[in-house]
Design a protein around this ligand. Structure first.
Ligand code: HEC
Ligand code: HEC
Length: 648
């Protein structure tokens, strides 16, 4: 959502409706609808009031002039454009592409000359980038969605100046020292306890409680141009107890005495929370200025709190996806998609006294309920009004400050549902951290907290069974690929859903109707956009298919789903190290063959995330012939095989 320069109009894009909506911020409630490209997700207004819309599945940006009722021009961009930014003089438009037309392993930033609409440059920035903010020092910062990292670019030429930050180390100082971790390749502050040189294990590894930023999307520079804010989900590396009891098919066990294997979020609970909603602060060189979340004490007061939390009992905060500031930079407004509310967060925590000793992370945060699935937020120049777009019910909320509290004053419906009713209902369930059927609202976790964007978070969760990479759900004919989970412990969707919602998320469990809705939603989500699905030359595909056959990949990845739904040890079981695959839970003797459909952009691969790319997966243990007959493949055949799998 965005506002015209004079704040008289509000613009909202709706991905279900392939539309840009325009409505007045004043009394007139007429809504104008403009058709744009496929699944638009972001809208930006330039200094001359030109409107730019990033069409996520259209590989395009629509350009609309103020007052017009149709698109004036369309820019061809890369794969899944999501982030937009424009210079103060309006001359250069930046577009973040989640992937490139010629490589899925990196996305890019493109700079356009807005006068000629020519591309000035395109720069690869790393895997799955999403958001961008321009900085007063001539640089730009870009968020990487899965790796939880930030990239610093020279905004004049796209040169990457820095492609990782110290955020992981800063968030986890105490924990890293305690565990003797090598600080993720970075230099640790203070002495580092020694690591076992043979296993590389932490001395006390199973209790590691480091937290990893993930799901980085929105990036915002403050009005002073001194700080950069990035909403995130902080995932725990602690071992999750996925089995509240001994029975292997847990769904059949009544009672939920140890429910909520996925833990709580917010407040000091961040130490045990599975995925806590957070807000990262960086300086404009890309250094993280965040509290150490392990200590659970308030850190510096010159920046917003790291953990978003709720001041209303029973109302969680989850899924922070968009952030806006008031013009003075005193408050941030964060749209929380999974909890249907907006967090109002002071940027200088000294402004507000601590609410209580037990909640030092709260620091004056306020939560305001809005519509369903808020995904965008914009604040007027006088700082008095915030407009929120609620993507799941196609409505606009107007928030206003009232005696120190922010309240929703108006809800305006801009569009109607066009997706099937089951899909609409299923999406709300999938993204809900508030529905007691799905989860315990005290824990505040939704399916989308891990299957972010209904895809996956790129995180390898440590569980009592072993390391478990969040699998992709889309584009792979999920309904035909049971049994489910890497261990295949659930034969049916019902068993799986009941276990996940009751035993892990602490909900009462979806009804059969809700379960159908959830599946209808999952099955409706398109796989990540992949140009190689259509652009790979037939000759390459033919050679790749021959390599697939030569290596006998199809003996397990068979049929139209590319899985036989059976179990094998392909040499990847983790038998040593801090988290190992527990044999007693591998009751099929191996791992569930995953479907290869639509997996091109779902890395890292394998159950423990040990293969960052498809090529790495084939090269790992190539000579051992345990995962396909790979030893005989030539370099050319390996590349062809990658191209083939990438096209599926
Ligand atoms: C804490 C993160 C997290 C949450 C919350 C979560 N999942 Fe998952 N999901 C995972 C991980 C990790 C796995 C793999 C687990 C394993 O194999 O043991 C998984 C596996 C799955 C699978 C099996 C896929 C396959 O091909 O076998 C499905 C389907 C799924 N999740 C859907 C959901 C739904 C629906 C919800 C909400 C009810 C949900 N998940 C909640 C992380 C999560
Ligand atoms: C013996 C059965 C078998 C054969 C043969 C086989 N696979 Fe697999 N494949 C599996 C299993 C089981 C896994 C899961 C292993 C893991 O996660 O550690 C897997 C995982 C994968 C993955 C990762 C998928 C993901 O979502 O993370 C890819 C890619 C893959 N296989 C490609 C291939 C290719 C290419 C070949 C041929 C060279 C091949 N496989 C041969 C059984 C097999």
């Amino acid at each position: 959502v965005a506002l015209s320069r004079d704040d008289s109009l509000v613009y909202a894009v709706d991905p279900d409706l392939d539309s840009l909506f325009i409505t007045s911020t004043k009394g007139d409630k007429t809504v104008t609808r403009i058709a744009v490209g496929r699944m638009p997700e972001k809208v930006l207004v330039g200094p001359d009031d030109t409107i730019y819309v990033a069409n996520r599945y259209g590989r395009s940006v629509s350009v609309i002039r103020k007052g017009d009722t149709q698109v004036a021009a369309t820019l061809d961009v890369g794969v899944e454009p999501v982030g937009l930014a424009i210079t103060a003089d309006g001359r250069t438009l930046y577009v973040v592409n989640s992937a490139m037309q010629n490589s899925l392993e990196t996305g890019s930033v493109m700079a356009f000359d807005t006068a000629t609409r020519a591309i000035r440059w395109e720069s690869p920035v790393g895997p799955e980038p999403r958001g961008i903010a321009l900085l007063p020092n001539g640089k730009a910062m870009v968020s990487l969605y899965k790796s939880g990292e930030m990239v610093v670019l020279d905004a004049t030429n796209g040169k990457v100046l820095r492609n990782n930050t110290d955020v992981f180390q800063q968030l986890n100082q105490v924990e890293l020292l305690r565990n003797g971790d090598r600080c993720n390749g970075l230099t640790c502050a203070g002495p580092v306890p020694s690591v076992d040189p043979t296993s590389g294990a932490f001395p006390n590894a199973t209790t590691t409680r480091t937290r990893r930023p993930r799901a980085l999307e929105a990036v915002l520079t403050n009005p002073e141009g001194t700080q950069v804010y990035v909403p995130t989900l902080l995932a725990t590396d602690a071992t999750l107890n996925t089995r509240p009891h001994d029975d292997k098919v847990s769904a059949t066990v009544p009672g939920r005495s140890e429910s909520g294997g996925y833990g709580s979020s917010g407040g000091c609970g961040v130490r045990t929370a599975v995925a806590a909603p957070g807000l990262l602060t960086f300086d404009i060189e890309g250094n993280a200025t965040v509290d150490d979340v392990g200590t659970c004490t308030p850190g510096s007061t010159d920046r917003p709190p790291v953990i978003l939390t709720s001041n209303v009992k029973g109302m969680p905060v989850q899924g922070p996806v968009a952030v806006a500031t008031d013009p003075s930079g005193t408050f941030l407004f964060v749209a929380n998609r999974e909890s249907n509310n907006v967090s109002v967060v002071p940027t200088r925590t000294a402004l507000e006294p601590l609410r209580s000793d037990r909640e030092p992370f709260l620091r004056g945060q306020q939560v305001v309920p809005v519509g369903s699935g808020p995904t965008g937020i914009a604040v007027t120049a006088d700082g008095k009004t915030a407009w929120v777009y609620n993507a799941f019910d196609h409505s606009l909320s107007r928030l206003e400050a009232d005696q120190g509290l922010v309240r929703q004053r108006e809800v305006r419906t801009l569009g109607q549902d066009v997706l099937p009713a089951d899909v609409v209902a299923g999406r709300r369930l999938f993204f809900s951290a508030t529905n007691p059927d799905m989860n315990d609202p005290k824990l505040g976790i939704s399916c989308a907290t891990c299957h972010v964007e209904a895809r996956e978070d790129g995180h390898v969760w440590n569980t009592t069974e072993g390391p478990r990479n969040t699998p992709a759900l889309t584009g792979k004919k999920l309904a035909e690929t049971g049994p489910f989970h890497w261990n295949g412990e659930f034969d049916t969707v019902t068993q799986f859903m009941t276990h996940t919602t009751k035993d892990r998320m602490g909900g009462s469990g979806p009804t059969p109707a809700m379960e159908r809705q959830l599946m209808a939603f999952i099955m409706s989500v398109p796989a990540p956009d992949n140009p190689f699905a259509t652009s790979t030359p037939a000759a390459v595909l033919e050679r790749g298919k021959a390599a697939f056959d030569k290596a006998a990949c199809g003996s397990c990845h068979s049929g139209s789903t590319f899985t036989d739904n059976r179990f094998y040890d392909v040499g990847t079981l983790v038998k040593q190290g801090p988290v190992q695959d527990r044999n007693e839970f591998l009751f099929h003797g191996g791992l569930n063959t995953p479907s290869l459909l639509g997996i091109a952009r779902t890395g890292p691969f394998l159950h423990d995330g040990s293969a960052p790319t498809l090529k790495a997966r084939i090269m790992m243990g190539k000579s051992a012939d345990k995962h396909g007959l790979t030893s005989g493949l030539t370099d050319q055949e390996v590349d062809d095989l990658v191209s083939y799998v990438q096209s599926l």
